[in-house]
Design a protein around this ligand. Structure first.
Ligand code: GDD
Ligand code: MN
Length: 415
């Protein structure tokens, strides 16, 4: 309803610019202190709504907030009158502990702010960073602003090494596996964005990491990371447990499959095309290799027999020389066939072609050395000669192919 108004207009009225959503479960030792710290940090220029979403905490967190609202008189219903404060406070009571993401989404549904800021209740997310994140988002209203532990200026205090490694490892996996590489802290629980961005996506996972889900499904949205120091909770208990880890693994898997589907056009097909191209080039290379062997054989045979017989000028080791000439001719034909056909390189400028030729000969020498060593090694280890020969040729040719692709024809190996 308010989304078509711009932010400047909003900040001058009593329309909610920001809704701060705080999920809680057994946070009675933290929540009131946190609310008052947030109140101290709220910029006066904006009208803000604080929404605590409580899963019927047995320790009475919800009731505490309820009483605080009554005492302070900063109820939601007063927002239409000119309110003395620059904020209102609301509590959403849910029936039971149903997990972090559903709680956050419930809070989002009950919020009225143009923008949202999501944070934890246990002081791991310092209230002092709120104004910075708000102003970043107002300056870049179409971005996601993330409170980040893993960019310069951010850090983690109070976590044991084990949890640090787990978090860093999970972040890295998520960044690489889910293709959100540019975001350093995609698992952050502290972030801000326009409410529309969250409304328009369906959150499918049970996981703990709603931000990750938003990022994976909105790769085109720019991300701004604001550093902060994450301090492990001083009061109350973490809700991170075995279940959470299992749910997390499930969530990653679901998101990964989502990525597989939606990125199909961009990534899978590219990989597919690349592998097709790679394999077709290997195939051509092998074909050229076989043609070379045939040429080699014919040339050697002709020179060693017919020619030698008919000319009769030649020594009795002519067969060796014939073989060398055969090898040189087939090497040369291999080079040109591979250049023109396999690697589709159709420039025949003399200097660069000569350089390529030398490189090709060098790589062939390497291939020959590999082939002979492997053959020797296998035969010495009682592998039958014929099998050894096939394996040695296949391995040497493949290595040869890769070397020539990269160094002679200067292609990327996997392209
Ligand atoms: N309503 C509700 N329901 N709130 C919950 C639930 C739930 O089932 N589970 C956890 N919370 C609330 C907690 O009360 C707290 O405010 C916040 O969610 C985070 O829970 P913690 O138990 O403190 O989580 P954590 O410290 O292990 O995890 C934090 O680090 C992650 C980054 O590694 C959280 O900040 C995550 O959001 C964050 O992604
Ligand atoms: Mn915590």
């Amino acid at each position: 309803m308010f989304s078509n108004r711009n932010n400047e207009a909003l900040s001058n009225s009593n329309i909610v610019t920001f809704s701060i959503v705080i999920p809680t479960y057994n946070e009675s030792e933290n929540i009131l202190r946190l609310i008052s710290e947030i109140e101290k940090n709220l910029p006066t220029s904006d009208f803000t709504e604080i929404i605590v979403v409580d899963d019927n905490s047995p320790d009475g967190t919800g009731k505490l907030v309820e009483d605080y609202i009554t005492k302070k008189g900063i109820k939601a219903k007063e927002k239409n009158s000119l309110h003395p404060n620059n904020h209102i406070l609301k509590v959403v009571h849910r029936t039971g502990k149903e997990g972090l993401i559903p709680a956050i989404l419930d809070g989002v549904r009950q919020s009225s702010g143009t923008n949202l800021l999501i944070m934890d209740a246990d002081f791991s997310h310092p209230p002092e960073v709120i104004p910075k994140m708000m102003s970043e988002l107002k300056r870049n209203p179409n971005s996601i602003v993330i409170g980040s532990r893993y960019i310069e200026g951010g850090k983690v205090v109070g976590w044991p090494a084990r949890r640090k490694i787990l978090s860093k490892g999970a972040s890295t996996l998520a960044r690489l596996g889910l293709n959100v590489k540019s975001v350093k802290d995609p698992m952050s629980g502290l972030f801000a964005l326009r409410r529309e961005l969250i409304q328009n996506i369906s959150i499918a996972t049970k996981g703990y990491k709603i931000l990750l889900e938003i990022l994976v499904k909105n790769k085109e949205i720019p991300v701004i990371e604001v550093p902060y120091t994450f301090t492990d909770r001083q009061s109350g208990k973490s809700k991170m447990n075995y279940n959470v880890i299992v749910n997390y693994a499930e969530a990653i898997w679901q998101l990964y499959q989502h990525g597989q589907k939606s990125d199909q056009v961009m990534i899978s097909e590219q990989v597919n095309k690349r592998s097709v191209r790679f394999i077709s080039k290997v195939g051509r290379y092998y074909t050229v290799g076989i043609s070379g062997l045939t040429i080699n054989y014919i040339v050697s045979f002709l020179l060693a027999n017919d020619v030698a017989n008919s000319i009769r000028l030649l020594s009795n080791v002519w067969y060796l020389e014939a073989s060398i000439i055969g090898a040189i001719i087939s090497l040369t034909s291999n080079f040109f066939l591979n250049k023109y056909w396999t690697f589709e390189d159709k420039r025949f400028e003399v200097r660069s072609t000569a350089r390529q030729y030398l490189s090709f000969v060098g790589m062939s020498a390497v291939g020959l050395i590999i082939q002979i060593s492997l053959l020797y090694y296998m035969v010495e280890n009682f592998v039958p000669y014929r099998i050894s020969l096939i394996v040695a040729i296949a391995v040497a040719t493949t290595i040869n192919f890769i070397l020539n692709k990269k160094f002679t024809f200067k292609e990327k190996v996997w392209a």
